[in-house]
Write a protein that binds this ligand. Sequence first.
Ligand SMILES: C[S@@+](CC[C@H](N)C(=O)[O-])C[C@H]1O[C@@H](n2cnc3c(N)ncnc32)[C@H](O)[C@@H]1O
Length: 294
Amino acid sequence: MTSPSRTRTAFPAVPLCRWCAGADVEFGWYPSALLEVADALPASARLAAACRGTGDRPLLVRVADALDRYRGPSTAPGAVLDVGAGFGGPAAWLRRERGLATFGVEPSQDAVAAARGLFPWVPMVRGDAQRLPVADGAFEAALVLGVVSLVDDVRRALLEARRAVRAGGVLALTDYVGLDVPARSAGRDPWSGGHPLLPPGTKVRLLRDVLATVEATGWVVAESVVGPFEPDEPWVTEREDVDRVVESHVARTPHGLGAACRRALRAERRARARFAEAVDGGFVTRLALVARAV
Ligand SMILES: C[S@@+](CC[C@H](N)C(=O)[O-])C[C@H]1O[C@@H](n2cnc3c(N)ncnc32)[C@H](O)[C@@H]1O
C-alpha cells in the first residue's frame, strides 16, 4: 500500500509594506492618519499629539520665558522661526498661549499637511534646516526642538538658524544627547543604529559636541539644563488616547503599500520604548539650552 502523496500548498509570499519594512511611521503616515481623525479630537488633544519633540509644556514655558527675558521689557515680540516644526504643536502652543508670531519650516510633506490642517492659523512651509527658505535676520528667535538628532549636518543647521536670526536674538534648542560614547560600543557607531538600544536612524550627538557646535556657529549659550524632564502627565495621557484613536482608525484601512499599518505602529512604539530604555540606562539625557546670537 502506498502512502497518500503529500501535496504542498504554496502560499503566496506576502510582501512587507514599506511601513512593516521599516519606513518611518511617525513622520510617514501617522500625520495623515492624525489629520483624518482630527475633527473628533478636542483642541488640547490636538496640541498634545502634535508636540513630537518637546512633548511637554514645561519646556515650552521655559522657551517662552527665555524669549521674554532676552527681548527686554519694551520691545514687541518679533517673529519666531520653528525649525523642523513637525506637526506644528510647539508653534501653535506658543502662538496661542504666549502670543508669539511663530512660523514653521518642516521638510516632511505629510507633517506640513498635518500642521496646516490641525493649526491653520500657524504659517508653515516646507524646507530643510540646512538650507532655510528665509531671509537673513528676519527672525527674533529660532526654535530647534528635537531636530539636532535628525539633521545630517548639525553645524550647517545651526549656522542657518544663526543667519535667520538678528544679532542679539535667541536660539532655543532641545534634544536628547549622549553623555558619552558607551565603552561597549567600541568599533561601531553607537548612536546611528549600531547600538542595540537605539532605533536605527537616530543620530544622538554627544552633549559636549552640541555645546561646542552651538558656540562655534555664532551663538553664546546663556542657559542650559541637562537631565530628564518631569513628564507632562496630562499631555502624555492625551497623546496615548490620540494614539488609540489613530490605531483603531488605521485598523479599518487596507494594509499594503502606502497604506497605514498597525504592525508598524507597534514597532514604532517598541522603538520609542527602546529609546526610553537608553535614557533610563544613562546613555542618553535631555538638553535644553537658550543661546544669544552674537
Ligand atoms: C522629533 S520631531 C520634532 C518636531 C517638533 N519640533 C516638535 O517639537 O514637536 C523632529 C522633526 O525634525 C524634522 N527634520 C528631520 N530632518 C530635518 C532637517 N534636515 N531639517 C529640518 N527638520 C528636519 C522631522 O521631519 C521632524 O518633524
